[in-house]
Design a protein around this ligand. Structure first.
Ligand SMILES: [Zn+2]
Length: 210
């Protein structure tokens, strides 16, 4: 693995290895495949899961491909958007249905935390200008739905960019990232996200893994 000392990753600002850059491109390609032409709701999380197999837009070939926490999050977000996530449905189909709802999930840092030089929160702060550019000139969503308290300190960047009116918050704050180790905690998250998305709350059990 070569460290390209001169190459900073566009997606996260870290000095990047070849592997890091390849994975970033692979994630971009997958996300592009399922990106709506016109994005209604941009769901914004701090960063992707560390493991590539857990990437939101990487359809699992078998249930074991996606780890438990990624599985919980994936199903929670999709069901909040009104997608039927009953076990056994092909993830490609689920992602296509999610695409048709006009929702797109993106992350503030396009890569998992991979910068030993600075804290992840500082990374998020440094990326604010590029996130604003991505939103204004690429995604151009009708609404932005930030998830996780990690994003709260940086939402002022949206104010300065004139995006405040389309940022959807819950009680003035981003929707909290649920405890993904506890699927039972997902009901509240799904209901909050469904409410912000203006979708009917998913029926009970539709996002369970059983
Ligand atoms: Zn990166």
């Amino acid at each position: 693995m070569n460290l390209n000392a001169q190459v900073c990753c566009d997606g996260c600002g870290a000095l990047a290895t070849d592997e890091h850059l390849c994975l970033r491109v692979a994630r971009l390609e997958l996300a592009t495949r399922f990106r709506p032409i016109h994005i209604d709701a941009l769901i914004l999380i701090p960063s992707p899961f560390p493991r590539f197999g857990d990437y939101f837009y990487k359809p699992a070939e078998s249930p074991a491909d996606r780890g438990a926490e990624s599985q919980t999050f994936f199903r929670g977000v999709l069901s909040a958007a009104g997608v039927d996530t009953l076990q056994g449905r092909d993830e490609r189909v689920l992602l296509e249905e999610f695409q048709r709802t006009g929702c797109f999930l993106a992350s503030w840092s396009e890569c998992p935390p991979d910068n030993a030089q600075i804290s992840f929160d500082d990374t998020l702060g440094n990326l604010a200008p590029s996130v604003v550019r991505r939103i204004k000139f690429s995604y151009r969503p009708k609404r932005i739905i930030p998830i996780s308290h990690h994003l709260a300190p940086y939402l002022s960047a949206f104010r300065e960019a004139g995006l405040t009116d389309i940022v959807m918050l819950k009680d003035g704050k981003p929707i909290a990232m649920p405890d993904l180790g506890n699927p039972a905690k997902m009901d509240g998250f799904r209901a909050e996200l469904a409410a912000v998305l203006g979708k009917t709350a998913p029926r009970a059990g539709s996002a369970s893994q059983t």
